[in-house]
Design a protein around this ligand. Structure first.
Ligand code: NA7
Length: 533
C-alpha cells in the first residue's frame, strides 16, 4: 500500500489565493497544510499568462496583499500597472518571505477529490497518482484558469504554431517577421495585439465582438514616486475595503441623468485622462442605469473613431451589441492605434465565423488568412470551469458537476451543500472577478481561516451549508445581478462563451464592501446557514 499523507487541509492552487491560504491556515490557525499546484512555480494566473503585453488591469498600488505591513513597506512597484514578470516576481517574493515553498508540491494537478463519508475526510488524487487525505479541502483554483480553445477542424494539417495565450511558453515565441493571426479581442487580445504588431510581418486580428477599451495611461514610476503613493497606504487600503470594486477611485457624480452635455463630457474627459478602470466609475450608476451607460458607451465609440484612421475599421471596432461593462471592460495600451499600421488588419468574424485550419492558415470571415502563428486569445471556461474539470464528489458520491448542472449553487460563494469541509476561495456567488480580486482573495482567506479556527475550537468535525441558506444566497446573487446591465452581455460572467454551459450570472454583483459586511455578520452570529456535525 502506498503511503497516503494525512493532512489537516489540502489547498488546490498556489496562486495568490493559495499562497495566502497556506500562510493563514498554517501559521495562524496551526494546521498541517499541503498546497498542490499544477504549475512548476507559484503565481497562478501570473505563472501561466506569459504572453507579450500581459499586465494587470488594476493599478499595482491596489493589486497587492495588504495583510502584512512589512511586506507592503518593502515591495516597490516600478510601473502604474505591473507587468506579468513583475507580478510573478512579487508572488515568488511572498512565497520566500513567508517560507511557503516547503509546503507546496509543484507539477501536480489534482484530478479528483472525493469526500469519504465514513472517515469524514477528503481523498485527493493527483495526475501523478499520489493520494492525500485531508479534513478540509480549500480550492484556490482561480476564476480564469481553465483555458478555452475553439475546437476547429484541420488543426492536424496546419503547418504553423497554435498557442493559447495562457499557455505561452516560458522561453517565449519568436514572432519576428512572422504572419500572426490573433483570435479574440477580450482583455487578452487587446493586450497582445500591439505587442504582436511590433514584431510580426503581418498581424490579422479576428474579431467576433468589439469590446469597450479604455486607455491605461501606464507609465514607469519616477524615482520616489511610488514611495509617495505608498505613504498613503493606511488610508488607501481602508478606502479600498469600503469600495464596491475594491478600487477607490475619486468620487464621481451619482448619475449622468440630469447633467447637460458639457457636464457629462467634463466628467468623462477627466476619467479618460486618468486612464484605466476609473472610467467605469465615471458615474455611480454606470452599471445599473441604461441612460448613463449609453452616454459612456457613446463617449468610448467617439474616442475610437478619433483614434482609428480608416473609418470602416473604426466602425468595426466600435462596440455596438452590449452595454458597457456587461462584458469585462478592457484596458488598452496602443490597441486601437495598432490598426493604423499598414501591417495590421481587422477581420470581423461575427457573420462568418472562424471555420477551420488549412495547411497554411486559418479560414475565417469567409477568407483564408495565411499564418505562421495562430494566437488563441479565446478566454476561459470561467469561474466554474476549474471546478468541473476536476472530479469533485461530495457526500454519497454526488458529483459537483451534477449538483451544478443548472448553474453553481453556493452559500456566500464559499461553500456548497453536500460537500462538507470544502471551502472555495473566490468561488461562484462571491464578488471574485468584479473588481480588485486580490482584495477579494484576502477577505475570503481570512473569513475561511477564521471559520476553520472556530470549527477547530468548537470540536466540529464537518460543516456544510444548509440547503435553504444556499438557495436563498443563490437567488440573492441572481436577483442582484438582475438590477444591473451584467446579464445583458453574453459574457463569460454568464457562462455564455462556452457552448452548452448553463447561463447564470456567476459572480456576486452587490459590491465587495456589502459582501464583506454580510460575511462578517454571519460570522458574528455564529455562522447561521451552516450545518455542523
Ligand atoms: P475573454 O474576455 O473571454 O475574450 C475571449 C475573446 O475570444 C472574445 O473576444 C471572444 O469573442 C473571442 N472568441 C472566443 N472564441 C471564439 C471563436 N470561436 N471565434 C472567434 N472569437 C472567439 O478572454 P480574455 O483572455 O481576453 O480575458 C479574460 C479575462 O482575463 C479578462 O476579462 C480579465 O478579467 C482578465 P466573444 O466576445 O465571445 O464574441
Amino acid at each position: 500500500m502506498p503511503h497516503v499523507p494525512r493532512l489537516d487541509a489540502v489547498v488546490i492552487g498556489a496562486g495568490f489565493a493559495g499562497l495566502y491560504a497556506l500562510h493563514r491556515l498554517r501559521d495562524r490557525v496551526g494546521l498541517d497544510v499541503r498546497v498542490l499546484e499544477a504549475g512548476h512555480g507559484v503565481g497562478g494566473t501570473w505563472y501561466w499568462n506569459r504572453y507579450p503585453g500581459a499586465r494587470c488591469d488594476a493599478e499595482s498600488l491596489f493589486y497587492s496583499y495588504s495583510f502584512d505591513e512589512d511586506l507592503q513597506a518593502e515591495w516597490t512597484w516600478t510601473e502604474r500597472y505591473a507587468s506579468q514578470p513583475e507580478i510573478l516576481a512579487y508572488a515568488e517574493h511572498v512565497a520566500e518571505r513567508f517560507d511557503l515553498y516547503r509546503d507546496i508540491t509543484f507539477g501536480t494537478r489534482v484530478e479528483s477529490a472525493h469526500f469519504d463519508d465514513s472517515a469524514q475526510l477528503w481523498r485527493v488524487t493527483t495526475d501523478g497518482g499520489e493520494q492525500y487525505e485531508a479534513r478540509y479541502l480549500v480550492t484556490a483554483v482561480g476564476c480564469l484558469s481553465a483555458p478555452q480553445t475553439p475546437d476547429l477542424p484541420g488543426s492536424e494539417d496546419f503547418g504553423g504554431t497554435v498557442l493559447h495565450t495562457s499557455r505561452w511558453p516560458e522561453e517565449g515565441v519568436d514572432l519576428d517577421g512572422k504572419r500572426v493571426v490573433v483570435v479574440g479581442t477580450g482583455s487578452t487580445g487587446i493586450q497582445i495585439v500591439p505587442e504582436v504588431a511590433r514584431r510580426a510581418a503581418h498581424t490579422t486580428v479576428l474579431q467576433r465582438t468589439a469590446n469597450y477599451a479604455v486607455p491605461s495611461r501606464n507609465h514607469r514610476y519616477a524615482e520616489g514616486e511610488f514611495d509617495e503613493l505608498r505613504a498613503d497606504y493606511p488610508q488607501l487600503r481602508r478606502a479600498a475595503r469600503e469600495n464596491a470594486g475594491g478600487l477607490p477611485y475619486p468620487p464621481a457624480p451619482d448619475t449622468a441623468e440630469g447633467l447637460d452635455e458639457q457636464q457629462r463630457r467634463a466628467e468623462l474627459d477627466e476619467r479618460w485622462r486618468m486612464g484605466g478602470l476609473a472610467f467605469l466609475a465615471s458615474f455611480g450608476d454606470a452599471l445599473v442605469n441604461h441612460t448613463t451607460n449609453d452616454v459612456m458607451a457613446d463617449y468610448v465609440r467617439e474616442r475610437v473613431r478619433e483614434t482609428v484612421e480608416d473609418p470602416e475599421t473604426a466602425e468595426l471596432l466600435c462596440p455596438d451589441d452590449h452595454p458597457l461593462g456587461s462584458k469585462r471592460i478592457c484596458v488598452e495600451s496602443g490597441y486601437h492605434a495598432a490598426f493604423n499600421r499598414d501591417d495590421v488588419s481587422l477581420v470581423s468574424v461575427r457573420e462568418r465565423p472562424v471555420e477551420r485550419f488549412t495547411s497554411t492558415g486559418i479560414v475565417a470571415g469567409g477568407a483564408e488568412h495565411p499564418a505562421d502563428v495562430v494566437v488563441m486569445a479565446t478566454g476561459f471556461d470561467a469561474i466554474t470551469g476549474p471546478y468541473l474539470r476536476m472530479d469533485l464528489r461530495g457526500r454519497d458520491g454526488v458529483r459537483l458537476a451534477d449538483r451544478w448542472e443548472e448553474g453553481p449553487q453556493t452559500y456566500l460563494g464559499v461553500a456548497t451543500a453536500g460537500f462538507p469541509n470544502l471551502f472555495m476561495l473566490t468561488g461562484p456567488g462571491s464578488p471574485s472577478v468584479l473588481g480588485n480580486v486580490l482584495l477579494s482573495i484576502e477577505q475570503h482567506v481570512e473569513w475561511v481561516a477564521d471559520y476553520i479556527a472556530h470549527l477547530e475550537a468548537q470540536g466540529v468535525r464537518t460543516t456544510e451549508p444548509q440547503e435553504a441558506a444556499e438557495r436563498e444566497w443563490t437567488a440573492h446573487v441572481a436577483e442582484v445581478a438582475g438590477y444591473t446591465v451584467y446579464p445583458e452581455g453574453g459574457s463569460w460572467y454568464m457562462g455564455a462563451n462556452i457552448p452548452g454551459k448553463p447561463r447564470s450570472f456567476m459572480p456576486y454583483a452587490g459590491g465587495m464592501h456589502l459582501y464583506r459586511q454580510q460575511c462578517d455578520d454571519i460570522a458574528a452570529k455564529g455562522y447561521p446557514g451552516f450545518a455542523h456535525a
